[in-house]
Design a protein. Structure first.
Length: 201
């Protein structure tokens, strides 16, 4: 099994505002996803975050990599972490790439590759679920883009870990009626019978 780079314990992730500075000027529809997106929605940090995940459309990978030219990107999956050669794209069956800061020998960010484009957001795990990107991406007061809570909770519905349940409990009551209805419909497609559907009413 290949593991290029430092161990898992070397994660020292950027905060969302730091990632935004690194990506400033890149013409790509990126956004913070995962647990950080929930905290950006809530406007407060509810827990410690071991990593930072952003999502981009797969066709835009090369442009993001060019913007992060001072860092090394590693494709991740099935327990392997493999350094990408110059100009190499992640294989079609891989959707994660970790960003290594060679000066600090630390992992800084996880770049998630997704379907969709600048206009349309598409759920990677079930491409029947889609929406206009403008309805799925919000911004903080400082301009940091993040996946809106109904999209973030759809991803979190798969595992329902303790932290996912905590994120649902914190964010679900604050969803708009439209967001709540969208999430119920998306759960019906991607996770039929999911207990969150009943909780959302």
């Amino acid at each position: 099994m290949t593991w290029d780079g430092p161990p898992l314990e070397a994660w020292d992730a950027w905060r969302p505002d730091e990632a935004a500075r690194e990506l400033a000027g890149v013409d790509v529809p990126w956004c913070v996803v995962g647990g950080w997106s929930i905290d950006l929605f809530l406007g407060r940090e509810t827990r410690a975050h071991a990593d930072l995940e952003i999502a981009i459309p797969r066709p835009d990978f090369a442009r993001v990599r060019a913007r992060l030219a001072g860092y090394a990107l590693h494709v991740v999956g099935d327990g392997e972490v493999r350094a990408l050669a110059p100009g190499e794209l992640p294989p079609d069956d891989r959707h994660q790439s970790w960003v290594l800061d060679p000066r600090a020998n630390a992992w800084r960010m996880d770049v998630m590759l997704e379907p969709g484009d600048a206009e349309t957001w598409v759920f990677r795990r079930d491409e029947r679920v889609r929406a206009p990107r403008r309805e799925m991406v919000a911004r903080t007061g400082a301009g940091v883009p993040f996946l809106a809570p109904h999209g973030a909770l759809l991803f979190k519905a798969k595992r329902q870990s303790e932290k996912d349940e905590a994120d649902f409990a914190a964010a679900a009551p604050l969803l708009s009626r439209a967001q709540r209805g969208w999430l119920v419909g998306a759960l019906a497609l991607a996770h039929p019978g999911h207990p969150w559907s009943a909780a959302l009413g």
